[in-house]
Design a protein around this ligand. Structure first.
Ligand code: GTP
Ligand code: MG
Ligand code: ZN
Length: 291
């Protein structure tokens, strides 16, 4: 009999597969050894001589290299009023998610703080993305967050001290005593390898992927001229730019609808400035690698 489940933990040649609310320790079948089964992979498992064996690896929807995880579905971008939001990090994380086929969701934490402290929270221009306002301290809207997380594999990302650990601990109901950073760093010379794991509680699956916080735009798998494609708020008006290949950058003002909308405050000026910054970084990277 074959069982289907998700790999939630990997240590050397041992894999733990989540089946029927249990993590079952498995060994890969001979031909799958060393073939790169990742945390997050969907596998078929059979029982042979009292040993669980991974028989088959299902096709992935995506694979992240750093941190190593397969089939991630949602990226929960946490922000708060204290520390003040860094919208460049938010934009880069959104871009990271879209460019890997992952759905980004913004969670604004610390809603228990007074309004005056929330003055830096302004997502008026982020109407293309789901935004949930919560408090890990008072549990406000946590059920809403749980709904969004249910039956999906999600990872949390965002600046330090916004409350990622506080939220995760609450969601997993302290099933695991997760202290501080979820990730364990294994130092091997110069390279830091991150160990990944998926924590399951009820139907919530949270990947330990704190590597996202120090997101490096050089890891973005996109060419500079593809950048506008990953801005749903710009894509909406794409047909209104004079040229279909418009990247809303060096084109004349009169030919670019996005520039006009930014100028008329219909699109966020600051997000557009950040767009241009990211564009330049990606362009420099392109020139370096393509001559
Ligand atoms: N007022 C308030 N404080 C919170 C809330 N959630 C977390 N905090 C506090 O914010 C601080 C940082 O929370 P953490 O959960 O450690 O933040 P983090 O995002 O995991 O930070 P890193 O692990 O450094 O990336 C702690 O002192 C928490 O007690 C909240 O909803 N309201
Ligand atoms: Mg933390
Ligand atoms: Zn344009």
């Amino acid at each position: 009999m074959e069982l289907k489940g998700r790999v939630v933990k990997k240590l050397a040649d041992d894999f733990w597969v989540h089946i029927n609310n249990e993590n079952i320790k498995c060994k890969p079948r001979g031909t799958l050894k060393g073939s790169g089964i990742y945390v997050g992979d969907i596998v078929d498992v059979s029982l042979q001589n009292n040993l669980y064996v991974i028989e088959n690896l299902h096709k992935r929807t995506n694979l992240l290299i750093r941190p190593p995880i397969a089939n991630l579905q949602q990226l929960i971008i946490v922000i708060s009023s204290v520390p003040k939001p860094d919208y460049m990090i938010v934009d880069k994380l959104i871009l990271f998610a879209y460019s890997h086929g992952i759905t980004p969701i913004i969670v604004v934490n610390k809603q228990d703080l007074s309004e005056s402290e929330n003055e830096y929270i302004n997502f008026a221009f982020f109407n293309f993305i789901k935004i949930i306002y919560v408090s890990a301290k008072t549990s406000k809207n946590i059920h809403q967050l749980k709904n969004v997380l249910s039956n999906k594999v999600s990872a949390f990302a965002g600046q330090s001290a916004v409350g990622k650990s506080a939220l995760i601990n609450m969601l997993l109901e302290n099933e695991k005593a997760i202290e501080g950073e979820l990730s364990v760093k294994i130092n091997r010379g110069k390279n830091t390898t991150r160990h990944s794991e998926i924590y399951c509680h009820d139907n919530i699956m949270i990947a330990d992927t704190s590597g996202f916080t120090s997101l490096d735009e050089r890891l973005l798998p996109i060419a500079y001229f593809e950048l506008p494609y990953y801005y749903p708020d710009y894509n909406k008006y794409k047909r209104e730019c004079k040229y279909s290949s418009c990247v809303h950058f060096n084109e004349p003002y009169n030919d670019c609808k996005i520039k006009q909308l930014v100028n008329n405050n219909k699109l966020d000026k600051l997000r557009y400035e950040r767009y241009k910054k990211i564009y330049k970084i990606l362009e420099e990277k392109w020139v370096k690698t393509h001559g």
